[in-house]
Write a protein that binds this ligand. Structure first.
Ligand SMILES: [Zn+2]
Length: 150
C-alpha cells in the first residue's frame, strides 16, 4: 500500500513509500483513511525534530488526525461495524494507567501515539488501531469536510 513516511529524526526524509498492508489483530480494526490532517507536529517530525518508528522498523507512517472508514474487524471487536465512519484518537497507553478518558494527562514516555511515537499513523491507504479508541461520526457525506471524489 502507499503511505506517507519519514525516517524519524532524519530531516527531509519525507517520502511516499510502498509499505506492507497491515492486518487487524484481536481487538483491532483495519481502517481506510478518508481524510488526514497535517499540523505543526507533522512539520516538526518532517524537519527531524522528534518522532520514533514502531519498534524494529525504520520508517514511520505520518498522520495522527484522521477520519476513516472501518474496513475490517479483528476478532472480538463489537463496538464498531464495517462501513462505520470513525475518528481514531491518537494516544495509546503503554505504561500509563490513567483511565481512557484521561490519556492526555499521561506523562511523556508512558504512551505511544499514531504517526508520532512508536505507532504508524493514518496517512496511508490502510491503517490498524485498537477499536476501543475509535469515535464514531455520522456517515452522511455532508458531515465530512470533503468526499472521496475530491
Ligand atoms: Zn496535530
Amino acid at each position: 500500500m502507499k503511505a506517507v513516511t519519514v525516517i524519524p529524526l532524519v530531516k527531509d526524509s519525507l517520502a511516499l513509500r510502498d509499505m506492507p498492508k497491515p492486518s487487524p489483530k484481536r481487538g483491532q480494526v483495519l481502517l481506510g483513511p478518508i481524510e488526514v490532517g497535517v499540523c505543526g507536529t507533522d512539520k516538526d517530525i518532517i524537519e527531524g525534530r522528534y518522532g520514533a518508528p514502531p519498534p524494529g522498523e525504520e520508517y514511520l507512517i505520518l498522520g495522527h488526525e484522521a477520519v476513516a472508514e472501518v474496513i475490517e474487524l479483528g476478532d472480538g471487536v463489537d463496538n464498531v461495524g464495517v462501513g462505520d465512519i470513525v475518528v481514531p484518537t491518537v494516544r495509546r497507553p503503554t505504561t500509563c494507567t490513567l483511565p481512557i478518558t484521561e490519556l492526555d494527562y499521561c506523562p511523556r514516555g508512558t504512551y505511544a501515539e499514531h504517526g508520532i511515537w512508536y505507532l504508524h499513523g493514518f496517512a496511508a491507504e490502510f491503517a490498524v488501531t485498537d477499536s476501543q479508541y475509535l469515535v464514531k461520526v455520522p456517515k452522511e457525506p455532508s458531515m465530512l469536510p470533503y468526499s472521496r471524489s475530491h
